[in-house]
Design a protein around this ligand. Structure first.
Ligand code: SAM
Length: 284
């Protein structure tokens, strides 16, 4: 696979539900490496069997990851390629692998991503929430107090907020989202790429009501997406508008001209921009 005397670590994304999502390159890589390091070897053996692959496997999970580094480095130094996979999706994304990749990279080994499924990207790609900027926070804390504190720390973020959640805690998490974020728009991506894939949207209280009414909606795996803070976005826009008006006034434009430019650039009525520009000029 590689011309170098050393092997490389291939970080391979695997399906999050639909086996057809495994890329041909991922399948080829898994069939060609000398060793597949997997979070749960029994679980991943089923995937390899499905692909007709019988490569040796090595378990690598959060409790033994640090110990596995030297062993995998030995393989690479002997010129053998190794693949890292997790139970589903992209390794390292709320999954083991960070310590391994950090340490191998530090030691100068070649790390090659083989991209593919990732629940947060799949969810965002179909949710209809802004994706130009988002904050992925993985799993929220299991206990209510720290969970609410984490949510509160994100209250003023402008970006779309993204979390992973299990069926055991989805209701509690929605309750906390309702208490911290109020009527903020929430989109739930459930069972993505699987038979019962569903997108539910509304404020958190409405979504809780839907789950009470239809308990099937609380089953499976979830990506929880919360709209960024509108109030903050509005105040950021207001600051931008004030900066524009001030800059135009400083350039020597008259209040009427400033209002006309602002209405063209930012939308809204000329009258309201006129009043704001006049107030700025009077204040200056
Ligand atoms: N590494 C994975 C990835 O790339 O998305 C994530 C692993 S993390 C341990 C598992 C969590 O990802 C689940 O609890 C759920 O929040 C989310 N997830 C994984 N598969 C999913 C799916 N098919 N639909 C919705 N969420 C999913």
């Amino acid at each position: 696979m590689t011309d170098s005397a050393y092997g490389a670590l291939y970080v391979v994304a695997t399906p999050i539900g639909n086996l057809d999502d495994l890329s041909p390159r991922a399948a080829r890589t898994l069939g060609e490496v000398a060793l597949v390091a997997a979070e749960d070897t029994r679980h991943s053996a089923r995937l390899l069997r499905h692909l007709g692959i019988s490569q040796p496997m090595l378990s690598l999970h959060e409790h033994n990851e640090a110990d596995r580094v030297a062993r995998i480095a030995d393989h690479l130094e002997a010129g053998r390629d190794v693949a890292l996979i997790s139970d589903a999706g992209t390794p390292l994304i709320s999954d083991p692998g960070f310590v391994l990749v950090r340490e191998l990279r530090k030691a100068g080994h070649r790390i090659v991503p083989v991209p593919g499924p990732c629940a947060l990207v799949a969810a965002l790609s179909a949710a209809g929430l802004p994706t130009d900027s988002f904050q992925f926070s993985g799993f929220l804390p299991a206990k209510r107090g720290p969970r609410q504190a984490r949510l509160a720390s994100l209250e003023h973020r402008l970006e779309t907020l993204v979390f992973y959640e299990s069926p055991h805690r989805i209701s509690q998490t929605l309750e906390d989202i309702a208490s911290v974020f109020g009527a903020r728009h929430v989109v739930l991506g459930r069972e993505l790429t699987k038979t019962f894939e569903t997108f539910l949207e509304g404020d958190a209280t409405t979504l809780l009501g839907r789950m009470e009414h239809d308990p099937d909606q609380a089953r499976g795996e979830f990506v929880v997406m919360v709209a960024g803070s509108q109030r903050q976005a509005e105040s950021a826009q207001a600051v931008e508008a004030t900066n524009l008006l001030s800059a135009l006034l400083a350039e020597g434009l008259g209040v009427k001209q400033v209002a006309s430019v602002a209405a063209r650039v930012l939308g809204g009525s000329k009258k309201s921009w006129y009043e704001q520009a006049q107030a700025l000029k009077d204040g200056a």
